[in-house]
Design a protein around this ligand. Structure first.
Ligand code: GLU
Ligand code: ZN
Length: 263
């Protein structure tokens, strides 16, 4: 990206109102980019709601941010995801396991993400006629592309291709799951600096692997601190007191937020 423009993005899911953590992430991304993009991550049709998408625009404008249009909506990108998924045919497999199956097979616990997938369907063929997810065969994928690195805050970090195991890339009712949609869209939008919370640092390992498999240009990364509540927890969608609309209604200003964030 030497001499070029830095292109960043903010990529919220419209499944609730934006809260303090989102405000920090949006201000961070906009502050780092020469060009700043917005992407609506609404592939989960069961949870995404148009009123939340409208509220995102309203809240970002209140923060004083401006983004390029048109805004990319993941719900409109099904064809691009399907094309990418087809290219991964030799490093994916169908998985018919339910959550219960995975828990029963003793997947290692893995924080918020639930257990790592134990690989049941990797060797044994998936049960016919059942709804299935498409999973990445992470070990085979890693062998195919060889050792990888990514750049985090200017430092080179070796990729651990197995960090999240055999992640889901698509589900029957969804053309793409998070990791696949993100890498396809970051490349499509020309994002060359991905900024996001440090809780997603682990996701970068598998996303870098997908970029290599798909021949996509590699962005640089800056994972930033998370804004936590008084108990040291991430703000959840349920916590209304930290939503930007609630703060705004209580007379908080964007300038006060920036001071609080030390930005
Ligand atoms: N949509 C994701 C979220 O709201 C962010 C994805 C990303 O920044 O890669 O957590
Ligand atoms: Zn399975």
């Amino acid at each position: 990206m030497v001499g070029g423009m830095i292109v960043t993005r903010f990529a919220p899911s419209p499944t609730g109102y934006l809260h303090l953590g989102h405000a920090y992430a949006a201000l961070y991304a906009a502050g780092r980019g020469d060009r700043f993009l917005l992407r609506i991550e609404d592939i989960d049709r069961a949870r995404a709601r148009p009123e939340f998408e409208a509220a995102i625009a309203e809240d970002l404008a209140w923060l004083g941010l401006a983004w390029e249009t048109p805004v990319l909506r993941q719900s409109e990108r099904g064809a691009a995801y399907a094309q990418a998924l087809a290219r991964l045919d030799d490093v994916t497999y169908r998985c018919t396991c339910t959550r219960k199956d995975i828990a029963a097979a003793g997947g290692a616990p893995h924080g918020d993400e639930g257990p790592l997938y134990p690989g049941t369907c990797r060797e044994a063929p998936a049960r016919p006629g059942m709804p299935y997810a498409v999973r990445l065969n992470a070990a085979r994928a890693a062998a195919k592309v060889g050792p990888l690195t990514f750049v985090e805050h200017g430092r080179t970090v070796p990729v651990d291709p197995l960090a999240l195991g055999d992640v889901v890339l698509a589900r029957k009712e969804m053309p793409a799951a998070y990791h696949l949609a993100v890498v396809v869209d970051d490349a499509h939008q020309g994002v060359n600096l991905v900024t996001r919370g440090e809780d997603l640092l682990v996701a970068t390992h598998v996303q870098r692997l997908l970029q290599a498999l798909l021949g996509l240009r590699e962005p640089a990364y800056e994972h930033h601190k998370l804004i936590l509540d008084a108990q040291g927890r991430k703000f959840s969608k349920r916590c209304s007191s930290a939503t930007l609309r609630e703060l705004r209604a209580n007379g908080v200003t964007p300038a006060e937020l920036r001071r609080k964030f030390e930005m």
